[in-house]
Design a binder for this molecule. Structure first.
Ligand code: F6R
Length: 270
Protein backbone atom coordinates (compact mmCIF):
# COMPACT_ATOMS: atom_id res chain seq x y z
CA UNK A 1 0.00 0.00 0.00
CA UNK A 2 1.15 3.49 -0.74
CA UNK A 3 -0.10 5.64 2.11
CA UNK A 4 -0.35 9.34 1.33
CA UNK A 5 -0.66 11.41 4.50
CA UNK A 6 -2.48 14.72 4.26
CA UNK A 7 -3.13 17.49 6.76
CA UNK A 8 -6.88 17.74 6.18
CA UNK A 9 -9.78 16.74 3.96
CA UNK A 10 -9.06 19.50 1.41
CA UNK A 11 -5.50 18.32 0.85
CA UNK A 12 -6.76 14.74 0.67
CA UNK A 13 -9.06 15.69 -2.21
CA UNK A 14 -6.27 17.55 -4.03
CA UNK A 15 -3.88 14.59 -3.69
CA UNK A 16 -6.52 12.13 -4.90
CA UNK A 17 -7.38 14.39 -7.84
CA UNK A 18 -3.75 14.20 -9.03
CA UNK A 19 -4.14 10.45 -9.64
CA UNK A 20 -7.37 10.85 -11.54
CA UNK A 21 -5.83 13.68 -13.56
CA UNK A 22 -2.82 11.49 -14.40
CA UNK A 23 -5.14 8.73 -15.62
CA UNK A 24 -7.22 11.08 -17.78
CA UNK A 25 -4.12 12.68 -19.26
CA UNK A 26 -2.18 9.47 -19.90
CA UNK A 27 -4.85 7.17 -21.28
CA UNK A 28 -6.77 7.72 -24.49
CA UNK A 29 -9.75 5.68 -23.31
CA UNK A 30 -9.63 5.77 -19.52
CA UNK A 31 -11.97 3.61 -17.44
CA UNK A 32 -12.68 5.12 -14.06
CA UNK A 33 -14.41 3.43 -11.13
CA UNK A 34 -16.47 5.86 -9.05
CA UNK A 35 -17.79 5.95 -5.49
CA UNK A 36 -20.58 7.86 -3.79
CA UNK A 37 -20.89 8.98 -0.15
CA UNK A 38 -19.60 12.08 1.60
CA UNK A 39 -15.88 11.40 1.16
CA UNK A 40 -15.45 11.76 -2.64
CA UNK A 41 -17.53 14.95 -2.91
CA UNK A 42 -14.49 17.21 -2.43
CA UNK A 43 -12.54 15.12 -4.94
CA UNK A 44 -15.33 15.58 -7.48
CA UNK A 45 -15.24 19.34 -6.85
CA UNK A 46 -11.48 19.32 -7.55
CA UNK A 47 -12.08 17.36 -10.78
CA UNK A 48 -14.78 19.81 -11.89
CA UNK A 49 -12.32 22.66 -11.30
CA UNK A 50 -9.58 20.90 -13.28
CA UNK A 51 -12.09 20.36 -16.08
CA UNK A 52 -13.13 24.04 -16.04
CA UNK A 53 -9.44 25.01 -16.22
CA UNK A 54 -9.21 22.72 -19.29
CA UNK A 55 -6.59 20.54 -17.61
CA UNK A 56 -8.67 17.38 -17.98
CA UNK A 57 -11.46 16.08 -20.16
CA UNK A 58 -13.88 13.21 -19.57
CA UNK A 59 -14.95 13.06 -23.22
CA UNK A 60 -13.34 9.64 -23.79
CA UNK A 61 -13.82 8.35 -20.27
CA UNK A 62 -16.03 5.41 -19.30
CA UNK A 63 -17.17 5.13 -15.69
CA UNK A 64 -18.48 2.33 -13.50
CA UNK A 65 -19.90 3.10 -10.08
CA UNK A 66 -19.33 0.77 -7.18
CA UNK A 67 -22.93 0.43 -6.15
CA UNK A 68 -26.57 1.44 -6.40
CA UNK A 69 -29.50 0.93 -4.06
CA UNK A 70 -31.76 -1.96 -5.01
CA UNK A 71 -35.02 -1.13 -6.75
CA UNK A 72 -34.59 2.63 -6.78
CA UNK A 73 -35.62 4.73 -9.81
CA UNK A 74 -32.62 6.47 -11.39
CA UNK A 75 -34.41 9.83 -11.05
CA UNK A 76 -35.10 9.29 -7.31
CA UNK A 77 -33.21 11.94 -5.37
CA UNK A 78 -31.61 9.30 -3.13
CA UNK A 79 -30.37 7.14 -6.03
CA UNK A 80 -26.63 7.01 -6.62
CA UNK A 81 -27.36 7.90 -10.26
CA UNK A 82 -28.83 11.20 -8.99
CA UNK A 83 -25.84 11.67 -6.69
CA UNK A 84 -23.41 11.24 -9.59
CA UNK A 85 -25.39 13.60 -11.82
CA UNK A 86 -25.46 16.31 -9.13
CA UNK A 87 -21.94 15.91 -7.79
CA UNK A 88 -20.06 15.28 -11.05
CA UNK A 89 -21.68 14.34 -14.35
CA UNK A 90 -23.76 17.54 -14.78
CA UNK A 91 -20.60 19.63 -14.56
CA UNK A 92 -18.19 17.84 -16.92
CA UNK A 93 -18.00 16.78 -20.57
CA UNK A 94 -18.70 13.09 -20.01
CA UNK A 95 -20.93 11.20 -22.44
CA UNK A 96 -23.71 9.89 -20.17
CA UNK A 97 -23.98 6.77 -22.33
CA UNK A 98 -20.55 5.82 -20.99
CA UNK A 99 -21.55 6.10 -17.33
CA UNK A 100 -22.69 2.92 -15.61
CA UNK A 101 -24.21 1.98 -12.26
CA UNK A 102 -25.33 -1.52 -11.24
CA UNK A 103 -29.02 -0.55 -11.19
CA UNK A 104 -31.43 -3.42 -10.52
CA UNK A 105 -35.17 -3.16 -10.08
CA UNK A 106 -37.59 -5.53 -8.39
CA UNK A 107 -38.58 -7.21 -11.68
CA UNK A 108 -34.99 -8.07 -12.64
CA UNK A 109 -32.85 -11.02 -11.60
CA UNK A 110 -30.02 -9.51 -9.53
CA UNK A 111 -27.71 -12.38 -10.47
CA UNK A 112 -28.10 -11.63 -14.17
CA UNK A 113 -27.74 -7.90 -13.58
CA UNK A 114 -24.54 -8.56 -11.63
CA UNK A 115 -23.18 -10.79 -14.37
CA UNK A 116 -23.99 -8.21 -17.05
CA UNK A 117 -22.24 -5.49 -15.03
CA UNK A 118 -19.11 -7.64 -14.86
CA UNK A 119 -19.35 -8.22 -18.62
CA UNK A 120 -19.67 -4.50 -19.31
CA UNK A 121 -16.58 -3.79 -17.22
CA UNK A 122 -14.64 -6.48 -19.06
CA UNK A 123 -15.85 -5.22 -22.46
CA UNK A 124 -14.58 -1.73 -21.57
CA UNK A 125 -11.13 -3.23 -20.97
CA UNK A 126 -11.34 -3.37 -17.16
CA UNK A 127 -11.18 -0.54 -14.65
CA UNK A 128 -7.96 1.48 -14.70
CA UNK A 129 -8.47 3.32 -11.43
CA UNK A 130 -11.13 2.56 -8.85
CA UNK A 131 -12.00 5.31 -6.36
CA UNK A 132 -13.04 3.96 -2.95
CA UNK A 133 -14.24 5.22 0.38
CA UNK A 134 -14.33 3.03 3.47
CA UNK A 135 -17.23 2.32 5.81
CA UNK A 136 -16.73 2.70 9.56
CA UNK A 137 -17.11 -1.11 9.61
CA UNK A 138 -14.38 -1.58 7.00
CA UNK A 139 -16.65 -2.11 4.00
CA UNK A 140 -15.60 -1.15 0.47
CA UNK A 141 -18.43 -0.67 -2.00
CA UNK A 142 -21.25 -2.31 -0.06
CA UNK A 143 -19.17 -5.40 0.65
CA UNK A 144 -20.09 -5.64 4.28
CA UNK A 145 -18.04 -7.61 6.84
CA UNK A 146 -18.18 -11.36 6.04
CA UNK A 147 -18.36 -10.67 2.28
CA UNK A 148 -16.44 -13.21 0.26
CA UNK A 149 -13.06 -11.89 -0.80
CA UNK A 150 -13.77 -13.59 -4.17
CA UNK A 151 -17.17 -11.93 -4.64
CA UNK A 152 -18.45 -10.32 -7.83
CA UNK A 153 -21.22 -7.79 -8.48
CA UNK A 154 -24.30 -8.90 -6.57
CA UNK A 155 -27.08 -7.91 -4.20
CA UNK A 156 -26.08 -7.29 -0.58
CA UNK A 157 -28.05 -6.58 2.57
CA UNK A 158 -26.71 -3.58 4.44
CA UNK A 159 -25.59 -4.01 8.05
CA UNK A 160 -27.16 -2.14 10.96
CA UNK A 161 -23.90 -0.15 11.21
CA UNK A 162 -24.08 1.00 7.58
CA UNK A 163 -27.79 1.78 7.90
CA UNK A 164 -27.08 3.88 10.97
CA UNK A 165 -24.04 5.64 9.39
CA UNK A 166 -26.06 6.54 6.28
CA UNK A 167 -29.26 7.52 8.11
CA UNK A 168 -27.89 11.08 8.28
CA UNK A 169 -28.56 11.36 4.53
CA UNK A 170 -32.28 10.53 4.82
CA UNK A 171 -35.06 12.73 6.18
CA UNK A 172 -37.51 11.12 8.64
CA UNK A 173 -40.22 10.76 5.97
CA UNK A 174 -37.89 8.94 3.53
CA UNK A 175 -37.55 5.16 3.43
CA UNK A 176 -33.90 4.14 3.69
CA UNK A 177 -33.06 1.23 1.37
CA UNK A 178 -31.80 -1.90 3.11
CA UNK A 179 -30.23 -3.56 0.07
CA UNK A 180 -27.86 -2.55 -2.68
CA UNK A 181 -26.17 -3.96 -5.75
CA UNK A 182 -22.42 -3.68 -5.31
CA UNK A 183 -19.29 -4.57 -7.21
CA UNK A 184 -17.72 -7.53 -5.46
CA UNK A 185 -14.38 -7.56 -3.73
CA UNK A 186 -12.81 -9.51 -6.61
CA UNK A 187 -14.25 -6.94 -9.04
CA UNK A 188 -12.55 -4.16 -7.08
CA UNK A 189 -9.30 -6.13 -6.83
CA UNK A 190 -9.27 -6.49 -10.64
CA UNK A 191 -8.90 -2.72 -11.07
CA UNK A 192 -5.37 -1.82 -12.15
CA UNK A 193 -5.13 0.87 -9.46
CA UNK A 194 -7.31 1.48 -6.44
CA UNK A 195 -7.44 4.88 -4.76
CA UNK A 196 -9.01 4.78 -1.30
CA UNK A 197 -9.75 8.05 0.49
CA UNK A 198 -10.60 8.32 4.18
CA UNK A 199 -11.01 11.37 6.36
CA UNK A 200 -12.02 11.99 9.95
CA UNK A 201 -11.72 10.20 13.27
CA UNK A 202 -14.82 8.12 12.55
CA UNK A 203 -12.77 6.16 10.00
CA UNK A 204 -9.61 5.77 12.09
CA UNK A 205 -10.36 2.31 13.51
CA UNK A 206 -11.46 0.92 10.12
CA UNK A 207 -8.31 2.38 8.54
CA UNK A 208 -6.17 0.80 11.28
CA UNK A 209 -7.71 -2.60 10.59
CA UNK A 210 -7.32 -2.15 6.83
CA UNK A 211 -3.63 -1.22 7.07
CA UNK A 212 -2.37 -3.03 10.19
CA UNK A 213 -4.89 -5.82 10.74
CA UNK A 214 -4.95 -9.29 9.25
CA UNK A 215 -6.50 -9.76 5.80
CA UNK A 216 -9.99 -10.79 6.76
CA UNK A 217 -13.50 -10.88 5.34
CA UNK A 218 -14.44 -9.20 8.59
CA UNK A 219 -12.68 -6.04 7.41
CA UNK A 220 -13.23 -6.20 3.62
CA UNK A 221 -10.89 -3.23 3.00
CA UNK A 222 -7.99 -5.25 4.45
CA UNK A 223 -7.91 -7.22 1.18
CA UNK A 224 -6.28 -4.15 -0.37
CA UNK A 225 -3.08 -5.31 1.35
CA UNK A 226 -2.99 -7.86 -1.48
CA UNK A 227 -3.45 -5.28 -4.27
CA UNK A 228 -0.35 -4.45 -6.28
CA UNK A 229 -1.27 -0.77 -6.67
CA UNK A 230 -3.34 0.41 -3.74
CA UNK A 231 -3.03 4.12 -3.00
CA UNK A 232 -4.53 5.13 0.34
CA UNK A 233 -4.98 8.88 0.86
CA UNK A 234 -5.67 9.79 4.49
CA UNK A 235 -6.03 12.92 6.55
CA UNK A 236 -4.31 13.04 9.94
CA UNK A 237 -7.43 12.00 11.87
CA UNK A 238 -8.12 8.93 9.71
CA UNK A 239 -4.45 7.88 9.95
CA UNK A 240 -4.20 8.51 13.69
CA UNK A 241 -4.49 4.88 14.85
CA UNK A 242 -1.97 3.41 12.41
CA UNK A 243 1.01 2.18 14.38
CA UNK A 244 4.46 3.61 13.60
CA UNK A 245 3.46 7.11 12.55
CA UNK A 246 7.14 8.04 12.28
CA UNK A 247 7.69 5.45 9.55
CA UNK A 248 4.60 6.71 7.67
CA UNK A 249 6.02 10.24 7.65
CA UNK A 250 9.48 9.18 6.44
CA UNK A 251 7.99 6.89 3.76
CA UNK A 252 5.70 9.71 2.63
CA UNK A 253 8.66 12.12 2.27
CA UNK A 254 10.46 9.51 0.15
CA UNK A 255 7.33 8.97 -1.95
CA UNK A 256 7.06 12.70 -2.60
CA UNK A 257 10.74 12.84 -3.57
CA UNK A 258 10.25 9.98 -6.05
CA UNK A 259 7.16 11.68 -7.50
CA UNK A 260 9.08 14.94 -7.96
CA UNK A 261 11.79 13.09 -9.89
CA UNK A 262 9.79 10.53 -11.84
CA UNK A 263 6.17 11.78 -11.70
CA UNK A 264 3.30 9.61 -10.49
CA UNK A 265 3.90 5.97 -11.22
CA UNK A 266 1.00 5.31 -13.50
CA UNK A 267 -0.60 3.08 -16.04
CA UNK A 268 1.34 3.19 -19.28
CA UNK A 269 -0.58 4.16 -22.40
CA UNK A 270 -2.30 1.17 -23.95
C1 F6R B 1 -20.08 4.41 -1.85
C2 F6R B 1 -19.58 3.20 -1.20
C3 F6R B 1 -19.28 3.12 0.26
C4 F6R B 1 -18.73 4.42 0.85
C5 F6R B 1 -18.51 4.27 2.35
C6 F6R B 1 -18.04 5.56 2.97
O1 F6R B 1 -20.32 4.20 -3.22
O2 F6R B 1 -19.46 2.24 -1.88
O3 F6R B 1 -18.35 2.09 0.48
O4 F6R B 1 -17.53 4.74 0.21
O5 F6R B 1 -19.69 3.87 2.96
O6 F6R B 1 -19.06 6.52 2.89
P1 F6R B 1 -18.81 8.01 3.32
O7 F6R B 1 -17.86 8.59 2.37
O8 F6R B 1 -20.18 8.66 3.21
O9 F6R B 1 -18.32 7.97 4.71
Amino acid sequence: MQIVLCDDAEQTAREAAKWVQALLVHKTRPVLGLATGSTPIRLYQELIQLYQQQKISFANCTTFNLDEYFDIAPAHKQSYRSFMQTQLFNHIDINLQNTHLPACSQGQNPRLVGLEYEQHIAAAGGIDLQILGIGSNGHIGFNEPTSSLASRTRLKTLTAQTMSDNSRLFSPDEVQPTMAMTMGIATIMDARYVLLIATGLGKAEAVRQMVCGPVSAYCPASVLQMHEHAIVVLDKAAASLISDQQYLKVAEQENQRMIEIYGLQFIAES
